[in-house]
Structure formats: C-alpha cells, structure tokens
Design a protein around this ligand. Structure first.
Ligand code: NAP
Length: 253
C-alpha cells in the first residue's frame, strides 16, 4: 500500500495496454484513479473493476490532443475524486512509415497525441499540484527515442517527451513536483501486435524474435511498467526527478 492513500492519480490511455495496468496498480497502491482514454466503454469498465475491488475510480473519455476536452476531463476527475496530483502521460499511437511515404497527417497525429497531449494534460494538472505543493508526473517515452526505422514521427515525439520531462522537473521542482520519463523497450500490447501485423509476422513469432535480442531473454509486460510507475509516484521517490529510465530488459543509451 502507498504511504499517501488519499491522493488522486490520472492515467491517460488507460483503456488498455500499459495505461490499464498502471491504473490498476495505482489503485492497488491506494490511489483514487481517473482513467482517461478515447475509448469510453473501456475506461468505464476499468473504473468499475477498481470500484468493485473496493477502490475509488472514474472513467472519462477524451482526446488528449484537444485542449477543451482535456480541461473538462481533468475538472471532472477533480470534482469526483479530489485534486489530481499524480499524472501519468501514457496515451499514445503509432503511424509508422518510412520517411518518403510518411504523410503530414501521420506526423501531426503522432506529435499531437504524444507531445501536445502531454503538454495539455500537464498544464491542466499542474495547478492542482502546485496548489498542493506536491505532485508526481510520469511520461511515457520509448527506446524508439534513440532512433527506429519507420518511426521518424514516433521517435521524434518520444525524444521530445524526454526534453519535456527534464524541463518540467526544473520548472516544477520548487513546488514539490517531480517529473520522470519511463522509456520502455518491447512491451507486449496491442501496439506491438499491430507492428507485427504491419510487418506481416505472427505476434508469437515476433515476440520470440524480439526476446532473443533482449539480455533478459523475454519481452516486457505492462506490469513491468506499472511497477516502476508505482515507485516513481511514491512519497519516497521525491528526490528522483528529471530522469529517463529505460525499462527494456537490458541497457540502452
Ligand atoms: P496501446 O495498447 O495502443 O494503448 C494506447 C491507449 O492510448 C489506447 O487505449 C488508446 O485509445 C489511447 N489513446 C490513443 N490516442 C489517444 C488520444 N488522442 N486520447 C486519449 N487516449 C488515446 O499502447 P501501449 O502499448 O499500452 O502504449 C502505451 C504508451 O507506452 C504509449 O505512449 C506508447 O507509445 C508507449 N510505449 C509502448 C511500448 C510498447 O512496446 N508497447 C514501448 C515503448 C513505449 P483507443 O483504445 O481508443 O485507441
């Protein structure tokens, strides 16, 4: 259990995959959780499952790249659960293609969800954090930030998340707010399943091939990311800020 059971956390992209696992983990840690996602039925079901287990949660649908929807969703969480002081910017999409085939829409939508979405969410939540003089921000980056064929849009966005995180740490530190980025390697979710499909590979074969290249010889799970998130948002992690932590089963640089 957390040492701060009354706190309220918001997780974006909580409808499935990593975000859903993070939301469940933070609820198990004692946080009240606002689950935000494009998919309304998924976050409602996720919130209901948390409530059924004795937690507090609300599911709200939004597009994180829309400023009005972001403000409305954050206000709703604050009204229903209390002031949100933990934010996990996890919502994400891929629109992979080689540079010469990539459309402006592929570029704008990926940068829009990851970077603009995280900016809008963080701007909306920071007022509760600075008022509370306490806060935790966790941003999802990726090993793709280091470069990955077919992902100029996504790798630019995920590298951008790292600069965004470090600057948040500098600006918000004096308010008791930390900001850190988690940069996962291969995590088995719908996102990596879609990559396998795009490459014409069976997902199980794709995971086996990936695992053989990873020092710990397995692919990651959403729970691996939820575990680190749980640490980064804890009271005891207050001196860890502005870091990018690769969770990839081996070293990255
Ligand atoms: P996922 O299974 O595809 O889930 C992403 C979630 O984000 C979905 O529920 C999706 O909603 C939601 N979402 C997308 N656009 C949104 C928007 N505009 N507003 C609100 N919600 C939106 O992905 P994942 O694998 O869990 O990835 C989660 C995060 O980790 C992403 O930021 C991703 O880039 C990052 N990451 C993943 C991996 C990996 O290997 N899986 C590796 C490195 C980093 P819908 O269901 O409605 O589409």
């Amino acid at each position: 259990m957390t040492d701060s059971p009354a706190r309220v956390a918001i997780v974006t992209g909580a409808g499935r995959g990593i975000g859903a696992a993070v939301a469940r983990r933070l609820a198990a840690d004692g946080f009240a959780v606002g689950l935000l996602d494009l998919d309304e039925s998924a976050v409602k079901a996720g919130a209901e499952a948390i409530v059924a287990e004795g937690g507090r949660a609300v599911g709200v649908s939004l597009d994180v790249s829309d400023a009005d929807q972001v403000e409305a969703a954050v206000t709703r969480v604050a009204e229903e659960l209390g002031a949100p002081t933990v934010l996990v910017n996890n919502a994400g999409i891929t629109r992979d293609n080689l540079l010469f085939k990539m459309t402006e829409n592929d570029w704008d939508s990926v940068l829009g969800v990851h970077l603009k979405g995280s900016f809008l969410m963080t701007r909306a939540v920071q007022k509760y954090q600075t008022e509370a003089k306490w806060g935790r921000i966790v941003n999802l980056s990726s090993t793709s930030a280091l470069g990955n064929r077919g992902q100029v849009n996504y790798s630019a966005a995920k590298a951008g998340m790292q600069g965004f995180t470090k600057t948040l740490a500098i600006e918000l530190g004096k308010f008791g707010v930390t900001a850190n980025a988690i940069a996962p390697g291969f995590i088995a979710t719908d996102m990596t399943a879609a990559t396998a499909e795009r490459l014409g590979m069976d997902f199980e074969d794709f995971k086996k091939a990936a695992a053989s290249q990873i020092p710990v010889q397995r692919v990651g799970t959403p729970a691996d990311i939820a575990h680190l998130t749980s640490f980064l948002v804890s009271e005891g992690a207050g001196f860890v800020s502005g870091q990018v932590i690769y969770v990839a089963g081996g070293p990255k640089d």
